[in-house]
Write a protein that binds this ligand. Structure first.
Ligand code: CA
Ligand code: CA
Length: 482
């Protein structure tokens, strides 16, 4: 398989040349807000055919005009980019009792589904986002059509069937994902269709693509697609479900700017929400060297495909408190944080479609939800104001083994502009004293340094060769060292 892929990269449509000449696109320093338009905000009731807001499997009426209307909200949170799940024309019918509200059952890749609005509405959104200084990340489906898309009947040669699946060396690639009509990217018409789709949406002015289900796509085709995107300055973010650092690193080398680091999401959920040791997070961070471009990797607490982060506690107040911890922690990491709509208010919800409840805005919030938003907004602002937190290298400090389940320490940035980060999993407020030499930190004695986060009582002081930390329970803090 690896040999095939290398060959693909060499033979790809100008791939090697493009990679050498075009500057790498970068999202380092960005904060992405993920939106599922149908579940975000309804800006035009005239396109609400078949809408039933009492059924989580039906269309709910959210659309592109609604997204444009709520851009100031996203800006107020502090995000700098918007990733929207697909807005293509979808199959008209339900499958498995579910409508195509989520956007992953395309019927025509170059039309906007009427539920979402028109191509002109898309253009209006892109223009409004750019005028607000924000980038647009568009979800791209390249693996399949919707179950009932007309193309499936009209173009049988475009799809892998049972014979192709049976003969496949890589079943993940050539067999249907959840039974979806699986595109044969080796077919020249399919290849031209998909490369043309990317060109079509690049021409609408987007800055980045989030590519869906890349584990299931012909890797040789992917290499060619990525080199054309790169030549056009498009940032590419791949979704390889459950990817760990090794997989992310491998695909960054093969042409993606970024992948979602699912292994870190799992570790953060376990450590922050489920009370497992922080050594799980340290174990993932210790694999940074496997990432060619660690500053580009997409980091998240949850998304539309996994249960909501706050759902990890049976109790709403605990879920809210630990979501504050999670949001602060996320903003201390190296990479590109991605916030799924509603996580900034600790929305609850189990597996799909319960994790896709309608977004609620300020007027509908409880005081507790407002308090989570305030923490999210402040944590994002702190990150954006700090070159070390937004772009600096991450250096893991060696926590004493007796403390490594409840204390995670690292620095961000370089000498002269460093920030010390401390995640504390303990259930109670605690003071810790750690010998500077043992954690590899060489700072002189100094005054008390307070946390950068608002409304948090956390402080450190260096004296007599020790780092003394005073930390609130279950929270992440950041301290400007020099
Ligand atoms: Ca609507
Ligand atoms: Ca496939």
């Amino acid at each position: 398989m690896r040999q095939t892929i290398l060959l693909g990269a060499l033979l790809g449509a100008g791939g090697a040349a493009a990679q050498n000449s075009a500057p790498l696109s970068s999202f380092e320093g960005q904060v992405i807000y993920q939106v599922m338009p149908d579940r975000f905000f309804d800006g035009n009731a005239a396109n609400n055919a078949g809408v039933n807001k009492t059924d989580l499997r039906a269309w709910h009426g959210g659309d592109l005009p609604g997204l444009t209307q709520k851009l100031p909200y996203i800006q107020k949170l502090g995000a700098t980019a918007v990733w929207m799940t697909p807005v293509y024309q979808q199959q008209a019918q339900n499958s498995f009792g579910t409508a195509a509200y989520h956007g992953y059952w395309p019927a025509d890749f170059r039309k906007v589904d009427p539920h979402f609005g028109t191509l002109a509405d898309f253009g209006t959104f892109v223009k409004a986002a750019q005028e607000a200084g924000m980038r647009v990340v568009l979800d791209q489906v390249i693996n399949h059509y919707g179950y009932l898309a007309p193309a499936v009947r009209e173009q049988p040669a475009w799809f892998n069937g049972k014979a192709e699946c049976d003969a496949a060396r890589d079943k993940d690639v050539d067999c249907a994902l959840a039974g979806l009509p699986d595109l044969k990217q080796g077919n020249l018409q399919v290849r031209e269709l998909l490369l043309g789709n990317a060109r079509f949406w690049r021409d609408q002015g987007v800055q980045a693509f989030r590519y869906d289900a890349i584990k299931h796509v012909d890797p040789m085709f992917l290499g060619d697609l990525l080199s054309t995107d790169r030549a056009e300055g498009i940032w590419t973010l791949g979704e390889w479900y459950d990817a760990d650092s090794g997989t992310v690193g491998e695909w960054q080398r093969r042409g993606f700017d970024s992948l979602f680091l699912f292994s870190l999401q799992a570790a953060m959920k376990g450590s922050i929400m489920a009370g497992q040791g922080l050594d799980r997070v340290a174990a993932v961070l210790s694999r940074q060297a496997e990432l060619p471009r660690p500053g580009e990797v997409a980091l998240f607490l949850d998304n539309h495909d996994v249960p909501r982060f706050a759902q990890g506690s049976l109790f709403e107040d605990v879920g809210q408190a630990r979501t504050k911890y999670g949001l602060r922690a996320l903003m201390t990491l190296r990479g590109v944080p991605v916030i799924w709509q509603g996580t900034e208010i600790a929305m609850r919800g189990g597996t799909d479609p319960d994790n896709r409840r309608d977004m609620r805005f300020e007027a509908q919030w409880t005081p507790q939800e407002k308090a989570v938003f305030d923490v999210a907004q402040n944590a994002i602002a702190v990150r954006k104001a700090s070159p070390a937190l937004s772009r600096g290298p991450l250096t893991l400090l060696k926590t004493p083994p007796s403390l490594d389940e409840r204390l995670l320490l690292f620095t961000r940035g370089e000498a002269g502009g460093r920030v010390l980060v401390a995640w504390h999993g303990g259930k109670e407020r605690r003071n810790y004293s750690v010998r500077l030499g043992s954690i590899g930190l060489g700072a002189g004695p100094g005054a008390v340094i307070s946390t950068l986060f608002a409304g948090q009582n956390a402080k450190i002081r260096v004296s007599n060769g020790f780092l003394h930390l005073s930390l609130p329970p279950e929270d992440a803090a950041a301290f400007k060292l020099d």
